[in-house]
Design a protein around this ligand. Structure first.
Ligand SMILES: Cc1cc2nc3c(=O)[nH]c(=O)nc-3n(C[C@H](O)[C@H](O)[C@H](O)COP(=O)(O)OP(=O)(O)OC[C@H]3O[C@@H](n4cnc5c(N)ncnc54)[C@H](O)[C@@H]3O)c2cc1C
Length: 305
């Protein structure tokens, strides 16, 4: 099929390189990880060795010194390839607080190890495991203090903007995967002597999902541009996550519908990706709490909780 989903953009060279790498981990690989409730060790290692997960670490510390926009393209391409970036997005942004507020000694101590993948947070998104953690009378040595005392929560909020935007990009990757999968199947599957995609009842929902995805993509890149320029971006990152999550969920529903019974056959990957993208309605922030943020902080309405 000639049409390109997603359409070419300014990051095409990066996308080609990522497609090359991600293409080495096919659907059988991700099916096995999913069936075993495992961690995609070989995939994350390959991505780390190729330097992609150190995109946001400055070159002086062994990274590539790229922005959030490029980092988000990495996440998007993983999900577009049929993989699950939830396994490794923490590695992409977790060093943000250290980067912005750490001393040079702290950066020198940790960032090269993070860039090389030796200090790797193993994300839990693959196993969908959530635990409550308690800290009681924990003393932190003063040399481990990052930035100013008492500012920790504020620093973490910066990191959450990066996380939300990266996850918006993962949603875009998922949405493009679902739209591409659906349009291909709709063109190939013949019922009553015509491809099912010839019917408006089949093609319009796919077109609708694609429109939503493209609109969400604009807000995702707006959020990236503000973040990379060091400007306030809380509203845009939340709205990007909301729109992209909505688009991926719409596309996720269209895809099995288009596939009929085969949408539930595990070898088609549709039901696996459906489950994976559903998470984004809840984590890292639920849709309800985005409404709440927008109502209070962008519209000036009284806080609802
Ligand atoms: C796989 C996975 C990975 C995760 N990873 C991380 C992580 O790395 N770091 C981290 O900090 N957290 C993580 N989370 C937690 C995640 O951010 C929370 O699950 C999410 O923010 C929802 O919070 P909760 O689970 O406490 O739900 P609750 O707060 O109990 O909410 C339950 C429901 O009630 C709704 N609700 C709650 N309050 C309101 C309100 N005031 N108005 C309207 N609706 C409301 C919610 O939207 C939701 O639908 C992860 C969760 C999952 C499932």
């Amino acid at each position: 099929m000639k049409t390109s989903i997603p359409p070419p953009d300014a990051y095409q060279d990066m996308r080609e390189a990522l497609r090359d790498l991600c293409g080495r981990f096919d659907s059988a690989y991700w099916q096995k990880v999913d069936a075993e409730r495992g961690y995609p060790e070989a995939f994350v290692e390959a991505l780390t060795q190729a330097g992609w997960l150190a995109a946001m670490v400055p070159a002086d510390y062994g990274g590539s010194g790229l922005g959030l926009a490029e980092a988000s393209v990495v996440m998007e391409e993983i999900n577009f390839s049929g993989g699950n970036a939830g396994a490794c997005h923490g590695q992409m942004y977790n060093m943000g607080t250290l980067l912005r507020h750490g001393s040079s000694a702290q950066k020198q101590r940790y960032l090269p190890g993070i860039a090389a993948g030796k200090l790797r947070p193993r994300s839990r998104c693959v196993n969908h495991e959530t635990n409550e953690v308690f800290f009681d009378n924990l003393e932190v040595p003063v040399e481990n203090l990052i930035g100013d005392e008492g500012m920790g929560f504020r620093y973490i909020l910066d990191g959450l903007n990066a996380e939300r935007t990266l996850i918006a990009a993962e949603c875009i990757g998922d949405a493009c995967w679902f739209v591409d999968k659906a349009r291909r199947y709709a063109s190939e599957r013949v019922v009553f002597d015509r491809p099912i995609g010839k019917n408006q009842g089949v093609q319009f929902p796919i077109a609708s999902a694609y429109i939503e995805t493209e609109a969400a993509n604009l807000m995702r890149f707006k959020a990236c541009a503000l973040f990379d320029a060091g400007k306030p971006c809380g509203g845009e990152t939340n709205m990007a996550k909301y729109l992209a999550g909505k688009a991926s969920w719409e596309a996720a529903n269209v895809c099995p519908q288009t596939h009929g019974g085969f949408g539930f056959a595990h070898e088609y990957d549709v039901e696996r990706k459906f489950r994976e993208t559903r998470l984004y309605q809840v984590a890292p922030i639920s849709t309800d709490l985005i409404y709440s943020y927008v109502a209070e902080h962008l519209l000036g309405l009284p806080r609802s909780f």
